[in-house]
Design a protein around this ligand. Structure first.
Ligand code: FES
Length: 82
């Protein structure tokens, strides 16, 4: 029996984001398209896929995808820093 005063050894599930929800476009699809180009910006993605142009919540994930190539990204929590 575990001690209820000690932290659980179970890790919390990692919530991830893998698409632009507004336009239902997976980041994987955008990455495959971007990989065929010499350079892709967030503006290019907005023009081609409309992603980032509605609620804008996917913009930070798209920038992360462009920088790292990752298409499943842990949820970025808002901070008080502005
Ligand atoms: S989630 Fe991409 S514009 Fe809203």
């Amino acid at each position: 029996m575990s001690d209820p005063l000690l932290p659980s050894k179970r890790s919390h599930p990692v919530v991830t984001v893998n698409r632009c929800v507004c336009h239902d476009v997976p980041f994987e699809t955008i990455k495959e398209w971007a990989d065929t180009r010499t350079q892709t910006t967030l503006e290019d993605i907005e023009i081609e896929w409309c992603c980032g142009s509605s609620c804008g919540m996917c913009r930070q994930y798209l920038l992360h995808m462009l920088a790292t190539g990752e298409t499943t990204i842990p949820m970025i929590m808002p901070t008080d820093e502005h």
